[in-house]
Design a protein around this ligand. Structure first.
Ligand code: C2E
Ligand code: MG
Ligand code: MG
Length: 607
């Protein structure tokens, strides 16, 4: 007979569950006796409860559970097991889990797994099993060996979670980390991985391959004038055109911005790379029609580095293709260049100069030299051209051709240009105050300064800070430099002239020399390029050109100055043809301010 359960409080205050059974008997004197047996069932009840709980967890958990005996025969599985793998309990009990194997793992994988279970009693890891329907299921599995009191394994319990979703998001993450979102092309990281992979494979075979670095020309213009949506469309088109020009096995990646990298394997001839480059350049250079029917025209330049000729590791190859690209852009856009050893040398030098140049301003290493500009006929000094020099701590005095280009590329030109302007105005004001009020000082302005700084503001600041009258300042801009800046330059020059500042067109004759263009420009002085002056007196044609430029300039109401006059015969010819001014070694080389003051200004009458 089952007893009745009671909760009782023991003497020590502990709550206990007891099962009470009792019996009533008759004693010999016929009196009734009650016999009670109190059985403490507290522990047993607790264990029962836990067992029920475990059973609930077993059947309700989202993780698949499989229990086997010591010989790996399945003794039970839970509902989640069936949901994840498709098998009902009745189909699997009595079998070993081997039938779940996916074929994704080699035998050593399972050997290592069992080895660990034997040694540690537990194994955890990722495993692929096969669903009843045949598809693969990635699982995160923990197998635990359960032993009895003698240390013998009685059961193995496998608990696993289905990580299909996790895997999918991992794959997506992986995709995002290795691809460019816009073009869907591999990105820099993936490109470098592939490059490393290719390198490790060709190390033995030494099979040549080519690394091409490609940069779109005029892409910034498209972005600036048509907007980013148009820019994106151009990038997408470019990506497609590049892909179309490549074979299946070649790889193209977008490194960022408008820069792409291409890997061409299995080169039969070294010239194969050039052929691919040329095809890409020709297609990308064709005008493109955008979705909104606007036509845009971009182009591209390409640098090529070859393995193993130009480098045997990824970093060097990338660097060398980059140097070649840089040069092809510099020389003329829309072309390709192979890497050459000179490029590294010059790239290294450029980097060094750029680093030094950053310090030049703060270390007060820049100087302005002055070269007199002379009025033909009178030998009076009209003023001077301010020419920058760099007193390099190790290399000595450097001429601008060593560093202006680098300053332009790196953006340092903004600060350097401002400094030259301020320093020249400051010095000019000193001379102005000494009485040389008619002298005009010409400062060179880089086209990059027009693009990246507010030149009008910079000029107004310099004039205001130094007190130099605007009439004493002239700005020189090269004819070729003007081509890129367009319409805005016209209004900028008008504003500058409105202040009283003069504008000179430098190196005239070397650019487009378009007369109709010249008419639209608000300028004051034409500077005939030295290369034409050099032709005097031996080259008839050159002399004719000088003659024409002078006449043409005068027709347009401009003053004409001849540059680079070294010989007296040149000066006489120019004077004869009515040229207004000259500048050149014949009169003086560019010299420091003190020397200019002592030797040249003294020739000028004070007004
Ligand atoms: P540029 O403006 O055409 O300056 C004239 C150049 O010709 C100067 O070279 C000058 O020294 C040189 N020269 C003058 N007369 C003769 C001559 O009779 N014979 C020979 N062989 N050369 C002569 P420099 O000073 O080396 O300047 C070179 C160029 O660097 C300048 O050409 C100018 O474009 C640029 N530059 C100079 N200073 C600055 C500056 O402050 N800012 C910018 N952006 N560019 C500058
Ligand atoms: Mg100049
Ligand atoms: Mg010049």
């Amino acid at each position: 007979m089952d007893g009745i359960l009671f909760e009782v409080v023991a003497k020590n205050g502990e709550l206990k569950e007891v099962e009470v059974t009792g019996r009533i008997s008759l004693a010999s004197d016929n009196s009734k006796r009650t016999h009670c047996i109190l059985l403490d069932v507290t522990e047993q009840r607790r264990a029962d409860q836990q067992l029920r709980l475990a059973a609930k967890v077993f059947s309700n958990t989202g993780e698949g559970v499989m229990v086997t005996d010591h010989s790996c025969q399945i003794v039970s599985v839970n509902q989640a097991f069936s949901t994840i793998l498709g098998y009902g309990a009745e189909e699997v009990i009595g079998k070993t889990p081997r039938f779940l194997r996916s074929g994704q793992h080699e035998l050593p994988f399972y050997d290592a797994m069992w080895q660990e279970i034997k040694q540690q009693g537990v194994w955890q890891g990722e495993i692929w099993n096969r669903h009843k329907q045949g598809n693969l299921v990635p699982e995160w599995l923990t197998i635990t060996a359960l032993t009895n009191e003698h240390g013998e394994v009685e059961n193995y319990i496998g608990v696993f979670a289905d990580i299909t979703k996790l895997k999918a998001s991992q794959a997506e993450l992986d995709y995002l980390a290795h691809h460019d979102v816009l073009t869907k092309l591999p990105n820099r990281r993936k490109f470098l991985n592939n490059l490393e992979f290719t390198l490790s494979h060709v190390k033995r075979s030494q099979k040549p391959f080519a690394l091409l670095m490609l940069d779109l020309d005029r892409f910034k213009d498209v972005n600036d004038s048509y907007g980013h949506a148009a820019g994106d469309e151009v990038l997408l088109n470019a990506a497609k055109m590049i892909k179309d020009a490549l074979r299946e096995n070649d790889m193209v990646a977008r490194l960022g911005g408008d820069e792409f990298a291409i890997l061409i394997e299995d080169l039969h001839l070294v010239t194969d790379a050039a052929q691919v480059a040329q095809t890409i350049i020709s297609t990308i250079s064709k005008p493109q029609m955008l979705k909104d029917n606007r036509a845009v025209s971009v182009g591209c330049s390409i640098g090529i580095a070859l393995y193993p000729e130009h480098g045997t590791d990824s970093e060097i190859l990338m660097q060398h293709a980059d140097s070649a690209l840089y040069l092809s852009k510099k020389k003329s856009k829309g072309t390709f260049e192979y890497f050459t050893a000179d490029m590294t040398e010059s790239a290294l030098q450029r980097m060094q100069i750029e680093a030094d140049l950053k310090l030049a301003l703060t270390n007060d290493e820049l100087r302005v030299f002055y070269q007199p500009q002379v009025i033909l006929g009178s030998n009076q000094i009209k003023g001077a051209e301010a020419l920058i020099r760099w007193q390099h701590p190790i290399k000595g005095l450097l001429a601008p051709n060593h560093f202006i280009g680098i300053a332009e590329d790196s953006g340092l030109i903004a600060d350097i240009g401002r400094w030259v302007l301020n320093e020249t105005c400051r010095q000019a004001k000193v001379w102005y105050d000494q009485g040389f009020t008619q002298c005009v000082y010409a400062v060179n302005v880089s086209p990059k300064q027009l693009a990246y700084t507010n030149l009008l503001e910079v000029v107004m600041d310099a004039l205001q800070a130094t007190g130099l009258p605007a009439e004493c300042l002239e700005l020189e801009i090269t004819e070729s430099g003007l081509m890129g800046v367009g319409e805005e330059a016209v209004s900028l020059f008008e504003s500058l002239r409105g202040l009283g500042v003069r504008i000179a067109l430098d190196d005239f004759g070397t650019g487009y020399s378009s007369l109709s263009y010249l008419k639209t420009l608000p300028i004051d002085v034409l500077k005939v390029d030295k290369s034409f002056v050099d032709d005097i007196p031996y080259n008839e044609q050159g002399m004719q050109i000088v003659n024409t430029i002078i006449a043409m300039g005068h027709n347009l109401g401009l003053k004409v100055l001849a540059e680079g006059v070294e010989e007296d015969v040149q000066k006489r010819f120019l004077q004869l043809k009515g040229c207004d001014y000259y500048q050149g070694y014949l009169m003086s080389r560019p010299v420091p301010a003190e020397e200019f003051e002592a030797r040249c200004l003294s020739l000028t009458s004070k007004f």
